[in-house]
Write a protein that binds this ligand. Sequence first.
Ligand SMILES: [Zn+2]
Length: 345
Amino acid sequence: MNIYITLDYEIYFGENHGTVEKCIIYPTSELIRIAEKHDVRFCFFVDCGFILRLDEFRKKYPQLEKDYKLVTEQLKYLSDTGHDLQLHIHPHWEDSFYNGERWIIDVKRYKLSDFSETEISDIVFRYKKTLTDLTGKPVFAYRAGGWCLQPFSKLKKAFMENNITLDSSVFRNGFYVSENYDYDFRGAPDKDIYHFEDEPAAENAAGHFTELPISAIRNSPLFFWKLFLLGRKDPYLHKPLGDGRAIPAPGQRKKMLTEYTNCTVCIDGYNAHLLQKALKAQQKKKFDNMVVIGHPKALSRYSIQKLEEFVTKNKLAHNFTTYAEQFNPATGTKVLLNKKKLKNF
Ligand SMILES: [Zn+2]
């Protein structure tokens, strides 16, 4: 099994956005510790809009200099030591600013598709360039902010122009609708990799783009009750390391505590205890790929322990890998490990 441990590298976007040290730098340094001890590499989907904004506002507010330096130096270190840095877009940074004390985050235009096609092309170009300027390595894979990449037909041109050929945002049966935030992956095929053209949750064998979906799992209400109660019982172990708050998701908590929910396989907090079970489920389906999502800001001491146990247990039998290692950046097509022949799937 190729196992991709993927992290969305970002602060919080709620009223309390948290600090760069606690939401990003410290939890990522724990991931680096695990990676170096076990000789594995992880994938980071970098919220490039934040870096652009930091770069812009540090000129006016020198107190941002420290955050800019911490983030760009950590990203360079990650890239130089073989971790994979790819594109994560939260376009609400276009409408957000620093007021001298904190970030004033406006999420009215939360999805890339809330912008015009010309604006989308410009955003994808600038955000991608931020990352390539920093690492000098090809950027071709994408994770949508908040999983919002529909309608993809509106994004397609910008992705073609900027050579973004692989997406890793879909998770099977994922579905959520709120006022300015929605995704619908209920039609996604039960596959670990496929091609698509205009709709990332629909397979099109002749499609230009590759989807490497985030592995999915169905969680019972009992799981969320446990998560909720453990956080209260042992906050040292179970509280997220990040010191901000997420954007409220109306109705989401009540739904999770009362109904079965289709979720991503995830290393955030208590979710990490399901990693081994999720790997077994992928094997049972005879899948070759397992994509795990996480956020440095949402990791807990417990989830870091669980991730390390998972890596220790599986590093010899399985292949912890990255998009850069497995795919041809020009085409998003899978490359055999000898990197000579292209494999069709
Ligand atoms: Zn994100």
